[in-house]
Ligand binder design. Structure first.
Ligand SMILES: Nc1ncnc2c1ncn2[C@@H]1O[C@H](COP(=O)(O)OP(=O)(O)OP(=O)(O)O)[C@@H](O)[C@H]1O
Ligand SMILES: [Mg+2]
Length: 225
C-alpha cells in the first residue's frame, strides 16, 4: 500500500479551478519531484498533501487514514503525528541558536515528549546533515544552506512518515542546494517519503520520480540519463 494515495484530487478557489484529476501514489522511502510553471498550483497541491488545506473533491489517503474526510482539527492532529513541512525560507528567530530554533515548536506542545529522546534525535540528525558543530551558533551567523538544514531537522523531530518540501532549495546556489538535496535523499534510508515542489532540473534529477503538474492533472516524466 502506498504511503500517499491521491485519487482525482481537484482544488478550486472561489469557483475557479486550479487543477483537477490529480492522481498520485507515493511509496515508502520514495522521493518525488513536482514541477510546473509558476501559478499552476504546486504549493496548493503540497499544502493539501501537508494537511494544511482541504481538497475541493477527490480522495487523499495517508498511511491508511482518509484526510479528505477530516475537519481542520483532525488534519492538524495528523500533521503533528505524520507530516513534516519545509518551504523556501524556513522561518527562524535570528537571535536564537540553531538548537533553540529546532526546539521552539516543542515549547507550544501540550504533551511534552521525553527530552532525552529529542536530544538524541537532534544529535543524530545534525550529524547526518553535517551541522552538529553549528547547533550552538546563532542562526544569524549561519549560511542559507545551513539554515535550511536546521529547518529540515526541525521538521523531522517528530519522526514524520512524510516530508513535504515546497521549493526547499529555491533560495540556494547549486552547490548548497545539492547538499540540502543529499540530506533529503538520506531520509529514504529511514523510510521517509519526500515530496518536493521545484523549478530546478537538478533537484528533479535527484528524485526517484518526476511529475509535471498541469491544470488537467499530474503527468509522469520519464527520466533521461
Ligand atoms: N488562498 C488562496 N485563495 C485564492 N487563490 C489562491 C490561494 N492560494 C493560491 N491561489 C491561486 O492558486 C493558483 C496556484 O497558486 P500556487 O501558489 O499553488 O502556484 P505555484 O505553482 O506554487 O506557483 P509558484 O511556482 O510561483 O510558487 C494561483 O493562481 C494562486 O493565485
Ligand atoms: Mg509555489
Amino acid at each position: 500500500m502506498p504511503l500517499v494515495a491521491l485519487t482525482s484530487i481537484a482544488k478550486e478557489f472561489k469557483g475557479s479551478t486550479v487543477f483537477e484529476n490529480v492522481d498520485l501514489a507515493v511509496g515508502k522511502g520514495t522521493t518525488i519531484a513536482i514541477k510546473g510553471k509558476s501559478g499552476i498550483g504546486k504549493s496548493t497541491l503540497l499544502n493539501i498533501v501537508a494537511g494544511l488545506e482541504k481538497t475541493t473533491s477527490g480522495q487523499y489517503m495517508l498511511d491508511g487514514e482518509d484526510l479528505s474526510q477530516m475537519n481542520l482539527n483532525d488534519l492538524s492532529d495528523v500533521r503533528k503525528r505524520k507530516i513534516g513541512y519545509i518551504s523556501q525560507h524556513s522561518p527562524m528567530i535570528p537571535k536564537l541558536t540553531a538548537l533553540e530554533n529546532i526546539v521552539v515548536p516543542l515549547w507550544f506542545e501540550k504533551k511534552r515528549e521525553n527530552s532525552d529522546n529529542i536530544t538524541k534525535r537532534i544529535e543524530q540528525l545534525s550529524y547526518l546533515f553535517e551541522i552538529n558543530h553549528l547547533l550552538h551558533h546563532k542562526i544569524e551567523k549561519l549560511s542559507g544552506g545551513e539554515i535550511q538544514r536546521v529547518g529540515i531537522i526541525r521538521s523531522l523531530i517528530k519522526e514524520p512518515r512524510l516530508l513535504v518540501a515546497d521549493e526547499p532549495t529555491g533560495a540556494l546556489d547549486d552547490e548548497t542546494a545539492l547538499i540540502v538535496l543529499m540530506c533529503l535523499n538520506e531520509l529514504k534510508t529511514g523510510g521517509v517519503s519526500v515530496i518536493i515542489a521545484t523549478h530546478s532540473a537538478m533537484v528533479a534529477k535527484h528524485c526517484d520520480e518526476v511529475y509535471q503538474l498541469t491544470k488537467e492533472g499530474l503527468i509522469r516524466e520519464t527520466l533521461s540519463c
